[in-house]
Design a protein around this ligand. Structure first.
Ligand code: LLP
Length: 421
């Protein structure tokens, strides 16, 4: 099955029906390019796989929160998983219905909580007792009844990179079962809250069903215990975390995932909520750059490109793998082994290591694949590099959905105080 809509026709890379080189000629590089079709298809895969239970699929916008992407997904029925006031603002800008918004994160501020209550979001995913008390206070002030889901930490190893594992006992996320039990036992203390949901998210880029099954089993046992004490759970939010193909992974498909987990929930009355980010966004985008220099040392060949860790930090931060494809393929060209590196003054500014690929030359364009999730959203201005532009392709159309940052924007908000003059 087609994983995404970036492919060669002849020897030229296309996004859907558009020649990537045509976009690059017009918009320049570094450049993120997204496929509308791939985004929608991945949402649909989940919608289809779980059609029988009609879940609420809240796209986790931290993965890619460009307004055009959010609008695309919201129009196709997705809700949104938000983690900040900024993400709430984006959700509102695309008109996401409040009853399709869930709010997660360990450090919500009072102001963010109030704004979300005013907008009337569906659920707060609560991660600590002090947070619960703060939401109670905000709800009281606004005379609102607020739905809360407790994020429990099931103590499961998701078998993924340490930095993106969140369900282990020592992680900062969620509440252990004992604490959650106590909170439910004390629920009458929270007059303005309805403790009606459970949330569980154990980590990201999880490629097999087993960690999910283990976590959900534990969660269901907890829900059964609550039922005996008279607590009815109306929503079970099972988080995100579905793994994708970056290299040679063989992750479960949406259908396989559904077959594996749906039996667990048979006969249950609660509504399932999902928060997928990477599954929808990762393969839906690429990051295009241009070779500046090819540098040969005694031990390595470096392809120095105009894309850097400030544009895509995943390889530096997690040792993550992103495929590298030339926009113009030449199957007869000699092969070489390259480290693809950026111009930033850090030895960690590596985008790809030891890649066996066609010989590269200055001015060649390359695409870093599967960069649609946790790409642009994690970009910074390090080394005073303006952030990349973003383009959305649909069929034979494309449009810039975020302009390249200008040098002027780079210093916007900075001032030189008189006292240093
Ligand atoms: N729900 C919660 C509560 C989360 O913390 C996350 C991701 C998601 C949903 C979405 O997870 P996904 O379906 O995308 O796996 N920057 C890292 C990933 C960090 C994930 C943070 N939380 C990376 O580039 O791999």
């Amino acid at each position: 099955m087609m994983m995404h809509d970036f492919s060669y026709r002849g020897n030229e890379l296309y996004c859907e029906k558009v020649l990537v080189r045509d976009i690059v000629k017009k918009v320049g590089t570094p450049l993120y390019i997204y496929s509308y079709k791939t985004f929608v298809e991945h949402l649909r895969k989940l919608q289809r796989a779980f059609a029988t239970v009609r879940p609420l699929i809240c796209y986790s916008m931290k993965a890619n929160s460009n307004l055009a992407i959010l609008k695309t997904l919201v129009d196709k029925g997705a809700g949104l998983d938000i983690v900040s006031g900024g993400e709430l603002y984006r959700a509102r800008r695309v008109g996401c219905p409040p009853e399709k918004i869930v709010f997660a994160g360990v450090g919500k501020s009072f102001e963010e909580i109030e704004d979300a209550i005013r907008y009337g979001i569906l659920l707060f995913n609560v991660e600590s007792v002090p947070e619960l008390e703060l939401i109670e206070r905000a709800a009281g002030r606004l005379k609102a009844k607020v739905n809360v889901s407790l994020r429990i930490n099931p103590g499961v190893d998701p078998q993924t990179h340490d930095h993106i594992a969140t369900g282990k006992a020592e992680s900062k996320f969620g509440l252990d079962i004992q604490t959650a039990t106590r909170i439910f036992a004390d629920k009458s203390r929270y007059k303005n809250l309805s403790l009606c949901a459970i949330h569980v998210h154990i980590g990201s880029q999880i490629v097999t069903g087993s960690p999910f099954v283990e976590a959900f089993r534990k969660t269901l046992r907890f829900i059964d215990k609550l039922a005996k004490q008279g607590t009815v759970i109306k929503y079970l939010n099972v988080g995100g975390g579905l793994g994708v193909i970056y290299d040679s992974e063989n992750p479960q498909t949406a259908a396989q995932f559904a077959r594996r987990i749906l039996p667990l929930f048979k006969g249950r009355k609660f509504k399932l909520v999902f928060e997928p980010g990477r599954f929808i966004a990762a393969n839906s985008g690429i990051l295009v750059g241009q070779v500046l220099y090819v540098k040969q040392t005694q031990v390595k060949n470096f392809a120095i490109v105009n894309v850097a860790m400030n544009d895509l930090i995943r390889p530096s931060l997690y040792g993550a793998y992103h495929g590298v494809l030339p926009l113009k393929r030449n199957t007869r060209a000699p092969k070489e082994v390259y480290d693809v590196v950026g111009p930033i003054c850090e030895s960690g500014d590596v985008l790809a290591k030891d890649r066996h690929m066609q010989e590269l030359h200055p001015d060649d364009y390359i695409a870093l694949m599967s960069a649609g999730a946790y790409g642009f959203v994690m970009a910074s201005n390090y080394n005073s590099r303006p952030r990349a532009a973003e383009v959305l392709v649909r069929g034979s159309h494309f449009e810039v959905v975020r302009k390249r940052e200008s040098l002027q924007q780079l210093v916007e908000g900075e001032t030189i105080p008189a006292f240093i003059a």
